[in-house]
Design a protein around this ligand. Structure first.
Ligand code: G3I
Length: 370
C-alpha cells in the first residue's frame, strides 16, 4: 500500500510555505512537525495512542501536530478483542482506526498474536487443541476477523509480538505451539494467514531485543527465528525493533555496545528485511533525579540511537511508545525506586516539549533520504 501525505500534512506544509514567504506577520513560523521532517526523508513518524486518550484534547492536539501514523497501545491485542471465547469486541480498536481515518493518519496494527502465555487470554492458554488442524482453525478464525478490519488505514501489522524468550533465546511455548509442533510453525502460519486476510499490509515480527547488557541470547534467538522464516518463505517484510531501553541507561550506550548492536542490525538487513522502530522511549530508572540532567542524557542518547538506526535506508517507520511522560507505561511497569516521575518520552506531563523532541528533529534532519 502506498502512503500519501495526509490532508493535515499538506495543510501544515502550505502554512510553512506561507510563513517562509513572509505572509505571516505576527507569530514566528512554527518549527516543522516531526512527521513532515520524517516524510522529507521517506520515513513515517508516529506514536502509540490508547482509547482513553481519544478524549484528551491536549494529547490529540500533539498527535495531530506531530504525527503521520498511530498504533493502538492495547486495543488490538487479543486480550482486549476476545478476553473470553464467547464474543469479539472491536469497539476500542475501531474507535482508534476511525480517529486515524478522520484525520488522514495511517495506522500500524499491534498485534495479531502476542505469542507469550503471559499476554494471551486465559481461555487460549487453557485450550488443549486436539490436533494441529484444530489450532490452525482457531488461529484462522481470529486472524481473518482481526486483520481484515480497517484495511483502509492499517498499512502494517505486527503479526507476532515477543515470541522469543529473552533469557534463553528459544521460542516460547503456548497452547498453539504444543498443538502445531513448535513456535516456528505457529509464527509461519500466522504470517501466511495475515497475508491472506490483509494482502496490502506490510508484515513485521516485533520484539524488544536491544543493545543492552545481557541481551545476546535474545538477539541470537531473534536472528535464528528470522533465518528460519526466510528459509520457509514466510511472507515477512520487516523486523519491528521496539527500541525500549528496559534496563540499560541512556549513558550506557557505549562504543562496544554500539558495535554489537550494529552487527545485529546488519544481519537483519542482510536478510532483506526492512526495519521499523515501533515503540521508542528511553528509560531513566537509575539516572540522577535532576530533570535537566536526565533530559540532557536522554536527548543525547536519542540523537545517537536514532542517528545510527536512521542511517539504514531500510528503516522506514519510527513510532514513539506514547508522547507525554505521565501516560508512559514505564511509570507503572518499571517505576523509579525514589518515586520520582520518569521522563521517557518527548513531552512532559504538562504537554510541553523537552530536549528529546529536538533531538528527534535533529536525527530526522541528519538522516539520508530513502
Ligand atoms: O484494562 C484494564 C483496566 O480496566 C483497569 O482499570 C486497569 C487497572 O490496572 O488495568 C487495565 O489494563 C491494563 C492495560 O495496560 C490498559 O491500561 C493492564 O493491566 C496492563 O497490563 C496493560 O499494560 C500494557 C502492556 O503492554 C501489557 O499489555 C501497557 O499499557 C502497554 O504500554 C504495554 O505495551 C507493550 C507492547 O504492547 C509490547 N512491547 C512492550 C510494551 C511495553 O510493555
Amino acid at each position: 500500500m502506498t502512503f500519501t501525505p495526509s490532508r493535515r500534512e499538506t495543510l501544515l506544509g502550505a502554512a510553512s510555505l506561507l510563513a517562509a514567504a513572509g505572509c505571516s506577520q505576527s507569530a514566528p513560523a512554527p518549527s516543522p512537525s516531526l512527521a513532515s521532517l520524517a516524510a522529507e526523508k521517506g520515513l513515517k513518524f508516529g506514536t502509540a495512542m490508547n482509547s482513553r486518550q481519544l478524549s484528551d484534547p491536549r494529547y490529540i492536539d500533539l498527535v495531530l501536530k506531530e504525527c503521520a501514523v498511530i498504533v493502538a497501545e492495547n486495543e488490538h491485542k487479543m486480550y482486549t478483542i476476545q478476553p473470553s471465547p464467547d464474543a469479539m469486541d472491536f469497539s476500542r480498536g475501531d474507535a482508534l482506526a476511525a480517529f486515524a481515518r478522520e484525520n488522514g493518519l495511517g495506522m500500524r496494527g499491534h498485534t495479531v498474536v502476542w505469542h507469550h502465555p503471559r499476554w494471551l487470554p486465559d481461555w487460549i492458554n487453557n485450550s488443549v487443541f486436539g490436533s494441529a488442524a484444530e489450532a490452525e482453525a482457531e488461529l484462522t478464525r481470529y486472524i481473518n476477523a482481526v486483520a481484515s478490519r480497517d484495511q483502509d488505514v492499517i498499512y502494517s501489522w505486527d503479526v507476532i509480538n515477543e515470541a522469543v524468550d529473552d533469557q534463553t533465546g528459544e521460542l516460547r511455548e503456548t497452547s498453539y505451539s504444543r498443538a502445531m509442533g513448535g513456535g516456528a510453525e505457529v509464527i509461519d502460519f500466522c504470517f501466511r494467514q495475515t497475508k491472506e486476510a490483509a494482502p496490502n499490509a506490510t508484515l513485521a515480527y516485533n520484539d524488544y531485543m536491544s543493545w543492552e547488557p545481557g541481551t545476546q541470547n535474545h538477539r541470537r534467538g531473534v536472528l535464528r527465528l528470522l533465518e528460519e522464516l526466510k528459509k520457509r518463505g514466510t511472507p515477512i517484510d520487516a523486523l519491528g525493533i521496539q527500541s525500549h531501553s528496559n534496563y540499560g541507561m541512556p549513558d550506557e550506550f557505549t562504543a562496544e555496545r554500539k558495535r554489537e548492536w550494529k552487527a545485529f542490525v546488519d544481519e537483519v538487513v542482510g536478510m532483506g528485511l526492512d526495519i521499523y522502530l515501533t515503540e521508542f522511549d528511553v528509560n531513566d530508572t537509575r539516572l540522577d533525579p535532576d530533570p535537566a540532567l536526565r533530559d540532557r542524557l536522554i536527548a543525547t542518547y536519542t540523537e545517537e540511537y536514532l542517528g545510527m538506526m536512521l542511517d539504514y535506508p531500510q528503516t522506514k517507520d519510527i513510532l514513539l511508545w506514547g508522547m507525554v511522560d505521565k501516560d508512559s507505561w514505564l511509570q507503572t511497569f518499571l517505576p523509579r525506586d525514589d518515586g520520582v516521575e520518569k521522563r521517557p518520552v518527548p513531552w512532559d506531563s504538562d504537554y510541553q516539549p523537552k530536549p528529546m523532541r529536538e533531538a528527534i528533529a535533529r536525527a530526522l534532519k541528519a538522516a539520508p533520504a530513502r
